[in-house]
Design a protein around this ligand. Structure first.
Ligand SMILES: C[S@@+](CC[C@H](N)C(=O)[O-])C[C@H]1O[C@@H](n2cnc3c(N)ncnc32)[C@H](O)[C@@H]1O
Length: 238
């Protein structure tokens, strides 16, 4: 057994190690974010910790609403969402650069102005990027399910992550989570319905199989073609 003083010493060195790792991850994200072409940069929201927190309403005051999408993939859903909501700005976070570059190409082709992309792994860094009360609508579509128990720690939606989302949401913000993987959507339901800040707008335990007029994401189409069911959870911040 460790003496108390040894245990405290161990905690301090562990947190110093964590701090070091976090600093390194932050540096990597900052460097990666700077490596877009000058044209692409017009559509990028830079990962620049010195600019955090972003006050979107101040920097983009021509928009009436702000929508956050996490894990935007190749951007098909994002582009359609932007066309449906011309007076809102969509902030799309995605960890894979190639997917953002392709998305920007399509955004330019379609002359869509109201999307900004951020190259970001949200499990590396998320808190502090956006000011409190930033978003009216937050969306996670078909996140990687990480089915093995030992990999659950890689899932995006956890209780901690929901707390971070809560901080940047307004009262009345709509949170939508979609998946074809039943155990993950079931866990998401549990996390949301156990939070005092969120309420399932369709009734306790209720999931939808589709939402009228909602654009289909690439993975939604894929899973539907494969004959899988899709599930949507919609919650409102209280
Ligand atoms: C299964 S795909 C779904 C893409 C899109 N939402 C759709 O429904 O077609 C999951 C996406 O989330 C991104 N992603 C996974 N973990 C992430 C993380 N920690 N931070 C940011 N993006 C992430 C992946 O790179 C991938 O593009």
């Amino acid at each position: 057994m460790l003496a108390a003083s040894q245990a405290i010493g161990m905690n301090i060195s562990l947190s110093m190690k964590n701090e070091k790792i976090q600093k390194k991850l932050t540096e990597i994200l900052t460097q990666r974010s700077r490596k877009f072409s000058e044209i692409e940069k017009n559509y990028i929201l830079p990962f620049e910790p010195s600019n955090f927190p972003y006050f979107l309403k101040k920097n983009f005051n021509q928009y009436n609403g702000f929508i956050l999408e996490i894990g935007s993939g190749w951007g098909e859903f994002t582009l359609e969402l932007a066309k449906q909501n011309r007076d809102s700005l969509i902030i799309a976070l995605e960890k894979k650069k190639k997917r953002i570059i392709r998305s920007i190409k399509n955004q330019k082709k379609e002359n869509i102005e109201n999307i900004r992309w951020m190259l970001l792994d949200v499990s590396w860094y998320f808190e502090d990027i956006f000011a409190e009360n930033s978003f009216d609508h937050i969306i996670i579509n078909f996140p990687d399910p990480w089915p093995k128990k030992k990999h659950h720690k890689h899932r995006i939606l956890t209780e901690n992550f929901l707390n971070s989302i809560t901080n940047i949401s307004k009262n009345g913000t709509l949170f939508e989570f979609a998946s074809d993987y039943w155990p993950y959507i079931y866990d998401a339901l549990f996390v949301i319905e156990n939070s005092k800040y969120w309420q399932n707008i369709n009734g306790k335990g209720v999931l939808l199989n589709n939402i009228k007029d909602r654009p289909e994401s690439y993975f939604q189409k894929l899973k539907t073609e494969e004959g899988e069911n899709t599930y949507f959870l919609q919650a409102e911040k209280l």
